[in-house]
Each structure stands twice: as structure tokens, then as C-alpha cells.
Design a protein around this ligand. Structure first.
Ligand SMILES: [Zn+2]
Length: 103
């Protein structure tokens, strides 16, 4: 067993089913609130604890769970939640073609 990662809290029994329920409840859409209002809206494939082990809380109730996109999940687990600062995932930015790449 490797001790990689900081997620040390064991997932509760029946987590797989709970995870499926949360994804369905949230429409498989990332629920991360944006500072501009609304939510991220990217396709979600992660179920996360709003308040979790990092805050010393061990609450696996559905009210404390939400669907997040991979990007926000990584941001949240990778650093303190406050540092994410309601940022958008990079791919939500409008893409501009590089002038040199135009045909
Ligand atoms: Zn997101």
C-alpha cells in the first residue's frame, strides 16, 4: 500500500452508490460557484465533500456532497479551497486561434 496523496479518510460503505446518486442529482454538472454568479457547468465526473477531512469534518451525508469537474476537484484537493478563488477551469476560456496558425 502506498501512502500517495493526502486523502487519508476512508470512504464510507456504499460510497459507490452514493457517488452515483450525487452525480445524478447534480445532473453530472460541476456545481462549483463562480464569483460572477452561477456555477461552473462543466461536465462533472467527481463527487466531493463540500466540507471534508481537510476541515476536520467527516460528514458523508448527501447535503455535504456535490458533483465537481475534474479540474475543480483537482484544484480543491491540491490546495486550500480558499486559494481556488472561484476560478473558472482553463478550458472555459474563449479560445483564440494563433494568427500564425490560420490557413
Ligand atoms: Zn468545475
Amino acid at each position: 500500500m502506498s501512502s500517495q496523496g493526502r486523502r487519508s479518510a476512508p470512504l464510507p460503505k456504499g460510497w459507490h452508490r452514493t457517488r452515483g446518486r450525487i452525480l445524478k442529482r447534480d445532473g453530472r454538472i460541476c456545481q462549483w460557484p463562480l464569483v460572477t454568479g452561477g456555477i461552473c457547468g462543466e461536465p462533472a465526473n467527481q463527487v466531493d465533500h463540500k466540507i471534508g477531512a481537510a476541515q476536520g469534518v467527516d460528514d458523508h451525508s448527501e447535503a455535504n456532497l456535490w458533483a465537481l469537474c475534474q479540474w475543480h476537484h483537482d484544484q480543491k484537493t491540491g490546495r486550500e479551497a480558499s486559494a481556488v478563488a472561484h476560478a473558472r477551469p482553463p478550458r472555459a476560456r474563449p479560445t483564440e486561434a494563433h494568427p500564425g496558425l490560420l490557413p
